[in-house]
Design a protein around this ligand. Structure first.
Ligand SMILES: Nc1ncnc2c1ncn2[C@@H]1O[C@H](C[S@+](CC[C@H]([NH3+])C(=O)[O-])CC(=O)[O-])[C@@H](O)[C@H]1O
Length: 322
């Protein structure tokens, strides 16, 4: 279980040291339960990734990019492409790795652009991203100056994708841990907590908001992004079995209802900084996923509705202080 030892050593001497009371046990348990099938296969794929000699330029401010086309010879480049494709579906990105464009299903950079101007300066900050997927925004947070960046996401494939990217962008201040939000103790240690695209997957959204608050230092900033619907402060949509073909969608509040929930949970200075109907150029099928995408989740005759007849995905970004 060496893979997290370096993380433990780092936090032992920083403000996250009290996490060591619970974390090693949880990750050991995770490891014991994930040693089967796909994991071994993916680990071999990771081990086979080519390495580039010398230092390559890393760009994390405007995109997530390392090196240039030509850093690898043709054979190695082809190997890189084939190995990276073994980690399909690539949902969140895009990444540019030595000239290989991993054109992910989502343009996660669009979301970053929508929020970047509204958040507090991340310079020197401890930052947590809950439900970080493959970790695309972790790199952008680091690019924005964060000192120590931790993402959590329970989906094993996303950890593998993150490790594949980290193989090339070897920054030891950026980490992804395979945990769900419900496994976090009250750390009260992060200056900024991001929770984007996760609230609607939670069956208890109010408990979720308390869990987020428990990760922040007093006065720290929450950046929460979620699906919303039109309506007043009493409007919340709880869809039937599926919403946009997703099974695990529970609560879609209106902007005003979401603000009221945040205030009710003790957050201050609650505001909505952006709303946006998800467009077909932000979530679309590419050669890096084999499954359907947004176009297939909408009513073919009326793109303002999902295929089930609900309002099409509209997202809002909320900022608040603990
Ligand atoms: N209990 C849980 N705890 C933490 N994460 C979870 C949990 N359950 C699921 N997830 C994770 O939450 C992420 C939601 S995707 C948002 C990605 C990124 N933030 C984005 O804003 O682009 C949105 C979407 O695809 O609907 C997935 O990576 C899950 O594995």
């Amino acid at each position: 279980m060496k893979q997290f030892n370096h993380f433990y050593q780092q936090i032992a001497s920083n403000r996250l040291s009290h996490w060591l009371n619970t974390l090693p046990g949880q990750l050991t348990h995770w490891h014991e339960n994930n040693l089967h099938g796909d994991y071994k296969h993916w680990q071999k794929t990771l081990d086979a990734l080519p390495s580039v000699d010398g230092n390559s330029a890393i760009e994390l401010i405007n995109s997530v990019k390392v090196g240039e086309l030509g850093d690898l010879n043709n054979g190695e480049f082809k190997r890189l492409e084939n190995l990276m494709k073994k980690f399909k579906p690539w949902r969140k990105g895009p990444y540019h790795i030595h000239g290989l464009h991993i054109d992910t299903e989502w343009r996660s950079d669009f979301k970053w652009q929508r929020l970047a101007q509204h958040i507090s300066d991340l310079s020197g900050k401890y930052v947590l991203d809950i439900g970080c997927g493959s970790g695309y925004h972790l790199w952008r947070m680091r690019g924005a100056g964060a000192k120590f960046v931790v993402g959590i996401d329970p989906t094993q494939l996303f950890l593998m994708q993150f490790n594949a990217i980290k193989h090339f962008i070897n920054d030891d201040q950026v980490h992804l841990l395979p945990l769900g939000v419900e496994q976090l103790p009250e750390l009260k240690a992060f200056d900024t907590v991001f929770a984007m695209g996760v609230l609607y997957h939670r069956r208890s959204p109010i408990d979720f908001l308390y869990q987020l608050k428990a990760q922040l230092v007093k006065g720290g900033e929450l950046v929460l992004e979620t699906l919303i619907v039109d309506g007043d402060e009493n409007t919340v949509l709880v869809p039937g079995e599926r919403y946009a073909k997703m099974r695990n969608v529970w609560f879609l509040p209106s902007e005003q209802a979401m603000c009221a929930w945040l205030e009710r949970c003790g957050f201050n200075n609650v505001r909505v900084v952006n709303t946006d109907v998800t467009a077909l150029d932000e979530q679309r099928k590419t050669q890096w996923i084999d499954t359907e995408s947004l176009q297939d989740f909408l009513d073919p005759n009326d793109s303002s509705k999902t295929i089930e007849g609900y309002p099409a995905p509209k997202r809002a970004i909320f900022i608040a202080n603990a």
